[in-house]
Ligand binder design. Sequence first.
Ligand code: ADP
Ligand code: MG
Length: 609
Amino acid sequence: MSKITILPDILCNQIAAGEVVERPAAVVKELLENSIDAGSRKISLSLGQGGRKEIRVVDDGSGMSPDDALLALERHATSKIRTIEDLQSIRSLGFRGEALPSIAAVSRFEMVTKELDALSGTTIRIEGGVLKDVRETGCPAGTTITVRDLFYNIPARRKFLRSIDTELSHISDQLLRLSLANPEVHFRVIHQDRQLYDFPQVKDRMERAGQVLGTSIRSKLQPFSVETQQLKIHGLMSSPDLQRPGAGHLFAYVNGRAVWDRMLNRAILSAYETVIAKGKFPIVVLFVEIPPALVDVNVHPTKREIRFRNPGEVMEAVRETLRLTLEGSITPGSATDLGSLAPLQAGRPFPRSQYTWETQVPVEGGLGPSPQARPKFSPLQMDAFQVPTPSSLPPACRGENEEGPAAQAASDSVMVSESSFSRLPFLGQLADSYLLLEAEDGLIIIDQHAAHERIIYDRLSSVSAKEPAQRLFRSMVVELLPREAAKLRRWMPHLNNLGFEIEPFGGDTFVMHSIPAVLGDCSPEALIRDLLESGSEDEHTPQWSLLYELAKTAACHRAIKANQRLLIDEVRLLLQTLDQTRIAATCPHGRPLWLKLGYDEIARLFHRT
Ligand code: ADP
Ligand code: MG
């Protein structure tokens, strides 16, 4: 008997589903794309349990004839291409003919569809890839697809579904990306009985951006539009003072298709290179229109990646467009030095004064001090130092991998021998980053930034009762992306315990009334945004782990930076406070706080022994 067999269709579809249908958000994306391709003007999405229980998409698009409706559920059945050449001029979002059969193979699936002038419609029911029912039905024109119990027949996959909030936030993300590019479509989203979004039809993408990002953010974005022979690059971009801690606010589209292209993102970021600090991100909605023949959309199962024929040119054009808009060099009607790029129309440039340039421009020569300021030392071997290694410390001192409150308690008993840094003679500051102290048995070097981080962490985490709160001078409204909002909703009770006072303010907007008094001098909004960016995606973030994240984030906000000259009083205060912290060996990131170069080691280095 032959060892090789051809797999049955159901199995093929289930396997394909593994690529196409990763989670409810992927189903939503495929269904919405189909509705958009069908020319719908109104699409509503309703969800049960974050899409795990039910996903229903109702559209008023072209609908399908009974024959087409059945065919659409076959593998590789598509109305969108006929030949491979068609891929070169593709305008639709779909073309692989895989989505419907894949989804139907891993759910309880129902499709009700009718063409505009047909007398009746068709209902088709499929369960786990098996056709259960085909019937003539009375129904409105358009298509309604209902997907229930996703992965009910594939327990291994079902196990990977996350909480309702998490799945919902992924769905929202997909919806926002799709709706930004399709302002002619009215999108409505309902979860259980709550309406999450309602974006009525608007005249262009700029207006849609107002609906999706919120009008206050939208009003701070600068439109840009540049056209060359082959390319049109247009969209909206933020000024450098509107920053986000993550890349979640980069929305890139190629011919109307939302893509996540590393090179495009890099091109966007490189335009901001000199005005935004590393690790911070702008808000950019970028549309690239390019002849379809110059881009390959068939390189990824969910089509989120693409390949340009001529990536260098595209990236350069994107970068230059953004850079010149940032500089204010593209002004209405003026010629630019974009070379082959002639401005189509561009809006008002950002007024320079709007930028907070002083804080954004990186220090010349990067993070380190200038070479002449750096005292010259004979090259030292690392093993000459006594470094308190993370592995030699109990878990609570080690940073990320600690085990929880128990480990934290264990750390209370750990005291470092040098708990009196402030009593040692202070020799000076090295490279504006390290404090040098003379100990009885050697030279102590303290990393000032790490030390300050540890102090803040310690202050925050040693508070056991409800932290005293500091009311904000004015309550602050923070607009978030769905993913961030889901996290914040989850964390709100914990944060409110720690002295924050945060309330939902409708949709993905929150209002903040107070922050913990310890963090009184942080920017509340930046703190929350960074926390949301860095905090774990874990469903059940325990209080202690959140506290840890918060302390880390807050410490980075407030910490005395490396490369900062300290006044002698600041040094003294730092050392005294450090003496009072419980674990002075490592910073909350697990890096060592201080190390010692013993006299015997120094002697050995000078060959004195
Ligand atoms: P693809 O979108 O790649 O063609 P799908 O499996 O997603 O493949 O859909 C198969 C076909 O079913 C589509 O080509 C289209 O003709 C039809 N179809 C799917 N959804 C709809 C819809 N909402 N309205 C009209 N036709 C649809
Ligand atoms: Mg499709």
